[in-house]
Design a protein around this ligand. Structure first.
Ligand SMILES: [Zn+2]
Length: 305
């Protein structure tokens, strides 16, 4: 009896955990706070360098294959060095293996005193915890975690100002043929908001949004997703533009809305975007739902994991 109990206990300990159950929201919250403490993170700033170092060290620890996409962007501020970082999980020897991308920007606005706990840090952090959750998991798809750089516009999102990193990466994938293997691109943006409400972004791919809705419903999180619509220019647009199905998973109402406030809420692009506006629970809801969605999409593919 003693031995049996011990065996059952050991079995429980070694039982495979699903990807979404492997996600640790407390860790994601801690990473959010850590990245926000790095301070301003516009390209070239010390905080930007510290964020890059953290991303690389986490990917290394979790055994990801790292690819970088470095280039010089020509901007209204002159030339700016840009560094997208990609961490790949479950890379097989099949040259046609499908790819799925989970992304978020790690740069912040060029504004003195802006630390973007929600806008920048929360998406950077949730991807770091995705790295941890994916480390020991098997998927048929190759999963890429992509930290995009210089998402924020230097002056305004008019014309080609903004989305520099994602545009470069998407066009590179289109040119070298890998875009055809990408089954989908999910962008996470401002998802740490304490008062969580992910909008149904009208430019995004509806069929993929429906799978996210299915995952959210299954987990009891339906009320946090797609209860209102929004139209947002964001990194997903760069991927849509080269024919990749893409969804912006974005909370477009950050704080109070209305006249006198920013179109995306009172804390958006304001120095009040601080860690007290972020909650562990919101990271948990989004993290579980997105990773559950990845499980559902992976299960639809033929073959074994
Ligand atoms: Zn922003």
């Amino acid at each position: 009896m003693q031995n049996l109990t011990k065996t059952v206990f050991l079995l429980l300990l070694t039982a495979p955990v699903s990807i979404h159950d492997a996600f640790n929201s407390q860790q994601a919250y801690n990473y959010t706070a850590q990245v926000a403490r790095f301070g301003e993170r516009w390209p070239g700033s010390p905080g930007h360098q510290k964020t890059q170092d953290l991303i690389r060290s986490v990917l290394k620890k979790d055994g990801a294959r790292i690819e970088t996409d470095d280039f010089i962007a020509s901007t209204p501020r002159g030339n700016v060095p840009v560094h997208n970082i990609i961490g790949k999980f479950n890379v097989s020897s099949d040259p046609n293996q499908p790819i799925f991308i989970l992304a978020g920007h790690y740069d912040t606005l060029f504004t003195k005193g802006f630390i973007g706990a929600n806008d920048g840090a929360s998406s950077t952090a949730i991807l770091l915890s995705f790295s941890n959750a994916l480390a020991k998991q098997k998927t048929k798809m190759q999963i890429w975690l992509v930290w995009t750089d210089l998402e924020e516009a230097i002056e305004s999102f008019a014309g080609d100002d903004g989305l520099y990193g994602s545009r470069h990466l998407a066009q590179k994938l289109a040119k070298d043929g890998r875009a055809a293997r990408v089954r989908g691109f999910f962008l996470l943006d401002m998802i740490g908001d304490k008062d969580l409400g992910v909008c149904r972004e009208t430019g995004s791919t509806a069929s993929l949004q429906n799978v996210i809705a299915q995952a959210a419903k299954e987990l009891g999180y339906a009320k946090y997703f797609f209860q209102y619509e929004c139209g947002i220019i964001d990194d997903h647009k760069s991927f849509l533009d080269v024919g990749i199905p893409a969804v912006d998973i974005v909370d477009a109402e950050f704080g109070r809305m209305g006249p006198g406030f920013d179109g995306m809420g009172e804390f958006h692009h304001s120095n009040t975007d601080t860690i007290d506006k972020v909650s562990r629970q919101s990271l948990e809801i989004v993290g579980h739902t997105i990773l559950r969605t990845v499980e559902l999409l992976d299960a639809r593919l033929p073959g074994n994991r």
